[in-house]
Design a binder for this molecule. Sequence first.
Ligand SMILES: O=C(O)CCC(=O)C(=O)O
Length: 278
Amino acid sequence: MNLQAERTYKITAKDKEVFNRDGYWISPKLIDDDQIEWLRHAHERIWSGDYDGDGVPMNGLRLSDNPNALRKLDNGWWINDEIRKVVTDPFIGELAADLLESDEIRLWHDQVIYKPGIGTNKSKDGNVGWHQDYGYWQCSDSSDMITVWIALQDTDLTNGAMMTILGSHKWGLLKGSDSFFNPNMEELKEKHAGGREWVEEPCILKAGQASFHHGLTFHGSGPNQTFDPRLSVVAHVMKGGTRYRAGIQRHDNIRLLGPRPVDGQAFDNDYFPVLFKR
Ligand SMILES: O=C(O)CCC(=O)C(=O)O
């Protein structure tokens, strides 16, 4: 069934209640089927090194020789026009603004993610370990950030859907929660749950739908047990006025503030485009 994109959707009081209670919210279909096809094509172009414009990825494009490994590129918008269009989409910005009750939303960075289909292979190499995004983003002075994970095919647990831990954004920032690259989900559950109630909620999405999760919500994903890759585009967004917090943690975005970043400097230049302003 092809759903129509609901480009005029407005966040309701109920949506906000769900986001604040659970730490995530599932959107209606945000992008239409043509855009989905273009974004799937964008994946192919990116992984083959075919770039738009004269920019280059900040850390190059490094592809593993391991066919089971997750592929991930940050700031795909620098080198691909279709990715740029979707991760700076004002409509996505407005939804995030309403969930965070903010007047302005900027892009923190994006991710283009390819999880290979490994069928019955037992490899964990494509897993994304349970983690909190803010575990990586402590150089920002607010954890009130949102990850918008956009599915480019119908996505459920068979093809490695992302899962969130219900209400875990209320736990605060946990030590060592920057554990994206540890594929051992059981070990990480043991480490992070610490006696708290650990409820895994799969984000089941139709192509073009997105999950919006808070910067402190634990999430991760298991193997893609189909034979087709799971493709997604992710926009990490922040409230306007988010500032640099010096001396806590390194992050590539600090470099984008210029040669001498200073504590309290706003992430407000061209590397952090405005999606939405009220
Ligand atoms: O793609 C996944 O399974 C997880 C992605 C993720 O951790 C994120 O976008 O924050």
